[in-house]
Write a protein that binds this ligand. Structure first.
Ligand SMILES: Cc1ncc(COP(=O)(O)O)c(C=O)c1O
Length: 392
């Protein structure tokens, strides 16, 4: 094969990532007991998983998935509008809506697809999207694809959102306000209660990607809206089945009109295969386990609190030691330095990933620790000491 200009340019693009010191590694992880894993053949305790409630290897989910595979097969075979669906997916949607106190739910193949679908369906040319600076990459891509005017607002800045909403009110047919519920790299919660009155006054719609918060935040695990005291009927939410709910895929919680429009026109729904039966069955079982085993929520919350207290006690600077969310960033700054600290931690048995650009802004590389119900308190206290030592 001759080395043409296109191939050469592609190779250059890869070399550029390497030259910037930002090459990432695909690593092989094998789950062991509890929060322990084998990473590239080395035994360690993982603080890298978003299986917040420890459901991914729960025997009840495994059995439900296996039974569904035997009875209904391993694939949905096609898109729902094209070839119909089993009643399991409708049951899952009803159960999700009931569980999270929302008017309706619609299942998607992934959170990425759900975000693309929601934003491009609800906003287009001539519309305005006000997007928090730290929303997930899938929401950023969705904004670009939508063709709407996009205004990126400083992170969590209610006054900045309010000023833009006031200025934009009369000029646009539709205005969407995009935030994450629980921010995936910073571990903070969007100020939904403060934001919503401004959104409603402007006749806009608040879209909350709560991939990390639904299942974990709020008294009953109903997510950032519950933690903030916001009525789920007033917002559109995107939730995830592959994090706290131990399965795969995603869902949108919205009123019936939004759901109906998504079914009719959202390309990430119309043009993709439906969720496969084992995944649906695991998600449905997860909702039952969450109700039967409320102690899982208690454990992940305790771990989140203990880690922040322990890090602060070891002199490690963290953004807000009073938060109790299961995502704890420890800022390092330089990308190489963050990677070096992460490697030092792995050498002594702790899997704590370094998060670098483009996932986070240059100069804000960090360690990102995620807590689950599978960690025990001693592990959490020990990792805090290990982080402090590795940083020193
Ligand atoms: C905040 C947020 N939204 C959306 C997604 C995308 O979800 P999925 O992995 O199901 O595509 C992720 C990450 O996985 C995320 O962290």
């Amino acid at each position: 094969m001759t080395e043409g200009a296109t191939r050469a340019s592609i190779a250059d693009a890869l070399a550029e990532v390497g030259d910037a010191g930002l090459l990432r590694e695909l690593r092989c992880v094998r789950p062991l007991e509890g929060a322990s894993v084998e990473l590239d053949g080395r035994r360690c305790v993982s603080f890298a998983s978003c299986d917040y409630l420890g459901l991914a290897r729960h025997p009840r989910l495994g059995e439900a998935a296996a039974r569904a595979a035997r009875e209904h097969g391993t694939s949905s075979g096609s898109a729902r509008l094209l070839s119909g669906h089993g009643d399991e997916v409708s049951s899952l949607e009803h159960e999700l809506a009931r569980h999270f106190g929302a008017p309706t739910a619609l299942a998607y193949g992934a959170g990425y697809l759900a975000n693309l679908s929601v934003v491009t369906t609800l906003a287009g040319r001539g519309d305005l999207v006000l997007s928090d600076r730290l929303v997930h990459a899938s929401a950023v891509d969705a904004c670009r694809l939508s063709g709407a005017e996009v205004d990126v607002v400083p992170h969590g800045d209610v006054d900045a959102f309010a000023a833009r909403l006031d200025a934009a009110r009369a000029r646009h047919r539709r205005i969407l306000v995009l935030v994450d519920g629980l921010y995936s790299m910073d571990g903070d919660v969007a100020p939904l209660a403060e934001l919503l009155p401004h959104v409603e006054r402007a006749g806009a719609l608040l879209v909350v990607d709560d991939a990390h918060g639904l299942g974990v935040l709020g008294a009953h695990g109903r997510g950032a809206v519950e933690a903030c005291g916001v009525d789920p009927a007033c917002v559109v939410q995107v939730g995830n089945l592959g994090k706290a709910l131990g399965s795969y895929g995603a869902f949108v919680l919205a009123d019936a009109t939004v759901r109906d429009l998504l079914v009719q026109t959202s390309r990430g729904f119309v043009f993709t295969c439906a969720l496969p039966p084992p995944v649906i069955a695991a998600a449905r079982e997860a909702l039952r386990v969450v109700r039967d085993e409320p102690e899982r929520l208690v454990r992940v919350r305790r771990n989140a609190r203990v880690l922040r207290e322990a890090l602060a006690g070891c002199g490690v600077e963290i953004e807000d030691a009073t938060l109790a969310t299961p995502i704890v960033p420890v800022l390092v700054g330089d990308a190489e330095a963050a990677l070096a600290v992460s490697r030092r931690l792995l050498e002594v048995g702790w899997f704590v990933p370094a998060v670098r650009p483009p996932t986070v802004a240059p100069g804000t590389s960090r360690l990102r620790l995620t807590l689950t119900a599978d960690h025990d308190e001693e592990q959490v206290r020990e990792v805090a000491r290990a982080v402090a030592d590795a940083l020193a």
